[in-house]
Design a protein around this ligand. Structure first.
Ligand SMILES: Nc1ncnc2c1ncn2[C@@H]1O[C@H](COP(=O)(O)OP(=O)(O)OP(=O)(O)O)[C@@H](O)[C@H]1O
Length: 241
């Protein structure tokens, strides 16, 4: 338990009449990147939203740093050091990049050294500081959304499909930045459908289907086991068609 920063045990989530998560058991070790894979509609986003308190689990527990957070409010969960980068990025397109960054710093002024580091990780943040965020490219918007989430130090960051729809060069830049972020003491839980990217950065992996975790283990093991990939991802690919 002590080695896990976050754990979900037997988590069920209902959205209105729909029973979406059906007993999710997921552990996120301290440090490194845990990747959550699975076909569209498997329940990955619902899992992140349940951790964040945006949906409340109807059964089961979410533990973070050995405290049960299942029924805390989203602001309380955020204050404990968890940040969420949603798939639609959640940036303010009418505001400048700089204003987006300022608004993300909830606990006081931006730390200059940290901001300089973020601008190194994501150069467009500095280059387009005074530009409207709405004018950024898709990849730059994605960088801004991750940059906002890490403007203050975080224990855990939940990132929902940061490479979706991005060109390979941008995916590489994003992957490099996340790799550097994982060298800090920020643990990353990443939802990702791009297996090449996921396997290049993931330390541990969990695969979801139909509201449950159907496989979990080390990423190196899954990346090196074509038959297991076929069994798990083949299932995913079929379901995509
Ligand atoms: N607000 C909602 N109301 C009703 N059903 C929902 C809602 N949000 C999600 N669902 C359903 O819950 C299931 C899981 O959705 P979720 O977004 O968690 O999947 P996902 O694995 O993240 O998929 P994707 O890769 O497409 O984002 C889907 O069947 C989806 O239709």
């Amino acid at each position: 338990m002590a080695d896990n920063l976050l754990s979900l045990s037997g988590v069920h989530t209902h959205i209105g009449p729909y029973h979406i998560l059906q007993g999710v058991d997921l552990t996120v070790p301290v440090g490194g990147v845990t990747v959550l894979l699975g076909r569209n509609g498997a329940g990955k986003t619902t899992t992140l939203r349940t951790i964040m308190g945006l949906w409340t689990a109807s059964k089961g527990d979410v533990r973070f740093e050995d405290h049960v957070i299942t029924r805390l409010s989203t602001p309380e969960i955020s204050r404990r050091g968890i940040a969420f980068v949603p798939e639609d990025m959640g940036i303010f397109t009418d505001l400048t990049v700089g204003e987006n960054m300022l608004l993300a710093a909830a606990n006081g002024p931006i730390d200059d050294k940290r901001l300089a580091w973020i601008k190194e990780l994501f150069p467009p943040i500095g280059t387009f500081w005074n530009s409207s965020a709405g004018t950024l490219s898709g990849g730059q918007k994605q960088m801004l959304s991750v940059a906002r989430a890490i403007i203050e130090p975080r224990r855990l960051i939940l990132i929902d499909e940061p490479t979706k729809g991005l060109a390979p060069a941008i995916i590489k830049a994003m992957t490099d930045a996340l790799r550097e972020l994982k060298e800090t003491d920020t643990t990353i839980l990443l939802v990702e459908q791009n297996f090449a990217m996921a396997s290049s950065i993931g330390d541990t992996v969990a695969v979801m289907d139909d509201g449950r975790i159907i496989h979990s283990g080390s990423m190196a093991e899954l990346a090196g086991d074509a038959a297991l990939q076929e069994k798990l991802m083949g299932l995913s690919l079929e379901a995509h068609q």
